[in-house]
Write a protein that binds this ligand. Structure first.
Ligand SMILES: *[C@@H]1O[C@H](CO)[C@@H](O)[C@H](O)[C@H]1NC(C)=O
Ligand SMILES: *[C@@H]1O[C@H](CO)[C@@H](O)[C@H](O)[C@H]1NC(C)=O
Ligand SMILES: *[C@@H]1O[C@H](CO)[C@@H](O)[C@H](O)[C@H]1NC(C)=O
Ligand SMILES: *[C@@H]1O[C@H](CO)[C@@H](O)[C@H](O)[C@H]1NC(C)=O
Length: 534
């Protein structure tokens, strides 16, 4: 009897284990910009390696990403070909010329045309699915437990409804998304939380808070997602923000040990750093050429401005200053990621090596590399933080300025303005400090160790939350009521007005009372005097 009972118990537990062990995930990733795909691909790979079934649905927008291999272990990848109109939008995305930002200040609205283009692209993808539902119909019997998508690709919500996927997981490949915070009812006051696209940190002066507030309000009202309707009868209008608010979890590319602290809901899961695979980086072999370059001298510096801003496009003045600075450090070898063969401006410096491509992670992992000069893109900042190398951060545009401030706060790097690239003394002093001052490697090493030893690694956070949501679906217990409160109730404007009114009433009554008493006193005194004189 007892044995039988135990057996039933075991069977019961076993069936539950199985249920919570393997789930079916759909990762929706329109192909339009490298850093975004990389983040979603890492989510897919992590889930696949944890033993789950992952389908990667990738509508092509920009052609050049069609043949980039983002996935190794995830085999179920579905590409959707673009039509002519969508491809044109992809070309616009592709040919967007950012080189003007080498000199121009990215103003509050510099990114607005780009954000608008995103909206247009994703709306077109939405319409293309509507025109031809066969791709989605083929997915109907997969019984997905949850859908991952990037919050800017809002058309994913229509796919979720059409495929009746119970759980929605918005993600963002940047540190945070203010509209998403608002949707889920997470505190995101522009007084304390700066937009990722603005160059502010968590201590904002009045003018910065003003700019942040104006940016926050205007993006909320002018760069709204367009209206979309569900793909099946009765073709209801989809309330995207309402759908987002019901998300079980939200996954962001921010790491609490690196980013500025801020109040979060339990449904916000910070998986920043998930793109950094330290096992893989440690196994990487540095190509022969770089092996030789690094062994020439005891100090080596890598210069790279990433794959969006090209060094070849920077003003001549910047290039010449960099060359002069390099010339003043004959005992330091510099490797500069530079995109063309025409490097005559550099003369023939012995300690400068140009390369069109650099194995960035392998170089950062090499003990011979002393420092990194970078544009502070989020991918590079994450890799850099995990490598423990000191850096000179020179942000150019987009989220780079905030990323740079986020990392510089840890005291392992030096933050420069891009205009300083034209200032010989500034740049030379920074290079001297970063290669000679002991404090920078000490602080960057502390950050590296903290990231490696964070109590719950980003991959575990992702997998555990993903299967929890897959098991239980929507989690209304995690939805704060504050989300539904009106503006005046949430910011206590009604309370302040009420209390102020009461206080005023009290003061007015007091004044009247005092006046009345004083008047009475005076009349009494007056009468008294009158009586005396009588
Ligand atoms: C995962 O996929 C395999 C192969 O297609 C299938 O046999 C299995 O049932 C799937 N798992 C779940 C949880 O649906
Ligand atoms: C990390 O890299 C190792 C070694 O290449 C590989 O086996 C593993 O699958 C990778 N992990 C992820 C999540 O990509
Ligand atoms: C470079 O190294 C040599 C030999 O170690 C030394 O004599 C020289 O002073 C160094 N130059 C600078 C600029 O540090
Ligand atoms: C960085 O340095 C400042 C000023 O010395 C200090 O207040 C701060 O705590 C340091 N931060 C870290 C992460 O070490």
């Amino acid at each position: 009897m007892n044995i039988f009972y135990n057996y039933i118990c075991l069977l019961f537990i076993f069936s539950f284990l199985r249920l919570s062990e393997s789930a079916n995930f759909l990762v929706y990733c329109p192909l339009f910009a490298h850093s975004h795909h990389k983040f979603l691909a890492n989510i897919a790979e992590t889930l696949t390696l944890a033993g789950h079934n992952v389908t990667f649905l990738a509508p092509i927008i920009a052609r050049k990403y069609e043949n980039v291999k983002y996935l190794e272990h995830t085999k179920d990848v579905i590409y959707v070909q673009p039509d002519e109109e969508l491809e044109k939008l992809g070309d616009r995305m592709d040919s967007a010329d950012f080189s003007r930002f080498w000199t121009e200040e990215p103003g509050v609205f510099a990114m607005a045309p780009m954000l608008n283009l995103f909206s247009k692209m994703f709306h077109k993808v939405y319409e293309n699915f509507k025109k031809d539902l066969t791709v989605l119909d083929a997915l109907k019997d997969r019984k997905f437990d949850a859908l991952f998508y990037e919050v800017i690709a809002f058309n994913a919500v229509a796919i979720q409804q059409y495929l009746q996927i119970p759980t929605l997981y918005p993600t963002f490949s940047v540190t945070h998304h203010v509209r998403l915070s608002n949707s889920i009812g997470e505190p995101a006051s522009p007084a304390v939380l700066s937009s990722p696209l603005l160059p502010f940190d968590d201590q904002m002066a009045f003018s910065e808070r003003l700019a942040n507030t104006i940016f926050d309000f205007s993006t909320r009202f002018f760069i709204k997602p367009p209206t979309i309707m569900s793909y099946n009868y009765p073709y209801d209008v989809i309330d995207i923000e309402e759908a987002e608010s019901r998300a079980s979890f939200v996954f962001l590319n921010s790491n609490p040990y690196l980013d500025f602290p801020r109040p979060l809901l339990a449904k916000t899961v910070l998986i920043g750093g998930i793109s950094v695979n330290t096992t893989q980086i440690n196994q990487e072999k540095l190509p022969e050429y770089f092996q030789n370059v690094l062994s020439k001298q005891s100090k080596n510096v890598l210069i790279s401005f990433g794959s969006v801003m090209y060094s070849k496009d920077m003003p001549e003045q910047y290039k010449n200053t960099i060359v002069r600075v390099i010339e003043s450090f004959p005992n330091v070898t510099f490797i500069w990621k530079y995109e063309t063969d025409d490097v005559s401006f550099a003369g023939n410096l012995e300690n400068l090596h140009f390369s069109k491509w650099v194995p960035q992670t392998a170089l950062l992992a090499d003990s011979r590399l002393s420092a990194f000069i970078t544009h502070a893109g989020l991918g590079s900042v994450n890799e850099l933080s995990y490598s423990g190398k000191p850096a000179i951060l020179i942000p150019i545009f987009a989220d780079q300025a905030r990323n740079a401030k986020m990392l510089a706060r840890h005291n392992g790097s030096i933050l420069l303005d891009k205009n300083d690239l034209g200032n010989f003394e500034m740049l030379r002093d920074a290079v001297k400090a970063i290669t000679e001052n002991e404090k920078y490697p000490i602080h960057s090493e502390i950050l590296r160790r903290q990231l490696l030893q964070q109590p719950i690694p980003p991959r575990d956070l992702l997998v555990k939350h993903a299967i929890f949501g897959a098991e239980f679906g929507e989690l209304p217990s995690l939805n704060p009521y504050s989300r539904k409160m009106s503006f005046h109730a949430f910011f206590m404007i009604d309370i302040f007005l009420f209390l102020t009114a009461i206080l005023l009433l009290f003061i007015v009554s007091l004044v009247f009372l005092l006046k009345a008493i004083i008047r009475k006193r005076i009349t009494i005194i007056f009468r008294g005097k009158k009586q005396k004189t009588n």
